[in-house]
Design a protein around this ligand. Structure first.
Ligand code: NAD
Ligand code: WQD
Length: 339
């Protein structure tokens, strides 16, 4: 049994990671300031696993409070998810994004160094491949970003490269997520965005429960098979299991390293593919209108997942149909999310 700190563990992806960690018998410590999550998540994790994580309502920017958590628990590793993630908002309030994501990571790294915790799994994103790389994206491609949110991820990856090269005690896994959707099959935890969803799947599920009238499909004239945007959707449970594989590798190897891994399914589906898979899974009609493209969107991207397959021994096993069934099960059972 290891003791794992999960920053942002109350959020959409973090809560699923906590379930997987607890199911594997690890002790889980969560640090989260609840700026985009709900305390009810703790009860739900407990209902699924029969175990409770230890929770600290702490902001990563609060070095003193974070240090107190490290002083109290002997961590074996940290999974660092805590971040602000709304792409559009990041262009409106860039300073908040840089401060929260980059400064928050710096505080965490400083405290980890102080308490000599050097195993780190970092939540990066496919957004670090920018707009110019060919598809599928491979880990060695040059990184860039087209918005402040994406730049925070590139900056943090650069910072992690620098600290690794300066101090060989660090052991770091950079996980670049593609498009995580779906929910735990119990329907007890899932994605609960505040306000109007920015992402496709929560928008679709809210249309299905009648909270929104219709989906706007952003662009029908892309150079893709049906004209709508193509993405690499990954079930959030498969994504969570990828973290366990990355952790296992970090803790088993005697040679310290920093490695990036794409976590995706390795294939693309269009917006219309997702809409029809969801309609099949839910039995609900999803009304939609095709509108203009969303600024900053790319036509198509998906992952090359060879490296994660070979080095982590990880691959996805859940289909788009299961992603839709589980997203629908969550939304149907929790029409108002956690509140
Ligand atoms: P989320 O908003 O549901 O979870 C993030 C959690 O971090 C929230 O619970 C929030 O309260 C917490 N948090 C934010 N700032 C904090 C701070 N300063 N101190 C303490 N807690 C803080 O988001 P998610 O979808 O679960 O994403 C988790 C991570 O994965 C993020 O780093 C995100 O950038 C990354 N990511 C997400 C996606 C996606 O599509 N969801 C894709 C790629 C990468
Ligand atoms: C998917 C597809 C849209 C909403 C974002 C971030 C990325 C990563 C994952 C964090 C696209 C279309 C969407 C809607 C639509 N997050 N769409 N109508 O943009 O691929 O990636 O989340 O790291 O950085 O940019 O995901 O779910 O917003 O969009 O037509 O109401 O659905 O145009 O083709 P995206 P998404």
């Amino acid at each position: 049994m290891k003791t794992i700190l999960v920053t942002g563990g109350m959020g959409f992806i973090g809560s699923h990671i906590c379930v997987s960690l607890l199911e594997q018998g690890h002790q889980v410590i969560i640090v989260d300031n609840l700026c985009n999550s709900n305390k009810e998540v703790l009860n739900r994790i407990n209902q699924i696993t029969g175990k409770a994580p230890i929770f600290y309502s702490v902001d990563l920017l609060n070095e003193e409070a974070l240090s107190a958590v490290f002083k109290r628990h002997n961590m074996d590793a940290v999974i660092h998810l805590a971040a602000l993630k709304a792409v559009g908002k990041s262009s409106q309030i860039p300073l908040s994004y840089y401060h929260n994501n980059v400064s928050g990571s710096l505080v965490l790294l400083k405290v980890m160094e102080k308490y000599e915790v050097f195993n780190l799994v970092f939540s990066s994103s496919a957004t670090v491949y920018g707009a110019k790389n060919p598809i599928p994206y491979v880990e060695h491609f040059p990184l860039s970003a087209t918005n402040p949110y994406g730049r925070t991820k590139v900056m943090i990856e650069d910072i992690l490269q620098d600290i690794f090269h300066a101090d060989s005690r660090w052991n770091i896994s950079l996980l670049r997520y593609f498009n995580p959707i779906g929910a735990h099959p119990s329907g007890l935890i899932g994605e609960d965005p505040k306000g109007i969803p920015n992402n496709l799947m929560p928008f679709i599920t809210q249309v299905a429960v009648g909270q929104r009238d219709r989906l706007s499909i952003f662009g029908g004239d892309y150079p893709t098979p049906d004209g709508t945007g193509v993405r690499d959707y990954i079930h959030v449970v498969d994504l969570a299991l990828g973290h366990l594989k990355a952790l296992e590798k970090l803790m088993a190897s005697s040679v310290k390293s920093i490695s990036a891994y794409n976590l995706g399914a390795g294939k693309g589906y269009s917006v219309l593919n997702v809409v029809s898979a969801f309609e099949k899974a839910s039995g609900k009609e999803i009304k939609y209108s095709i509108t203009s493209r969303r600024e900053g969107d790319l036509a198509e991207f998906f992952a090359d997942v060879t490296k994660a397959n070979n080095e982590l021994g990880w691959q996805v096993s859940r289909s788009l149909d299961e992603m839709c069934e589980d997203a629908w099960n969550w939304q149907r059972k929790n029409p108002e999310g956690y509140s």
